[in-house]
Design a protein around this ligand. Sequence first.
Ligand code: NI
Ligand code: MN
Length: 227
Amino acid sequence: MKLTYLGHSVLLIEGSINAIIDPFITGNPQCTVSLDSIKKLDYIFVTHGHGDHFGDTIELAKKTGATVVCNYEIGLYLQMNGVENIHSMHIGGSKSFEFGSVKLINALHGSSIFDGKNIIYAGNPCGFLLEIDNKKIYHAGDTGLTLDMKLLEKYSIDVAFLPIGGNYVMDIEDAATAAFFIKPKLVVPIHYNTWSIINADANLFKSKVESLKINCKIMSPSTYMEV
Ligand code: NI
Ligand code: MN
């Protein structure tokens, strides 16, 4: 399976399914691919309603026919906006899919959709624990450090994508503690350096994580890895 980091919190997954997590393409300063270049998607995973995660979900869902996996409230919002294929779930819920499974992990954050005029309630934010082609991927979404992350250790996660940019989410110190709680085979930092307010030293994060005997890989936007 190929995992391509498109910058900020965007992750493209290409395996037995094509999927994207938090498709913030338009307006993402780190994203070098165009919305037009994303042609085939089976699933879109949305962690919460904030624009830098919800992003181009509606346009991509309509264009590709992908099923959007998200919380119930975002599901309703998508339904009201003409998206046809929606799989709503909620915190703590897990479900088998043809590719493996999905579990919604709690995230300590906000979730709303701002349509330019109104702030719309968008349910609880989440992270995703995905099992795809027998590999376990955790995308934390936006979150502060929680003791609950210790519960993830039992899943033997292959790759954990953790936000490190601070201000709205964990900083490198807290994200390193999160990595220690989760003990994945590999940690990849996300949600940093997109704007100056979330600047973070990924190399310092990597050295902190590696001092805990956990592997860490810094992915530049538009690079990929095989898992
Ligand atoms: Ni957010
Ligand atoms: Mn964010």
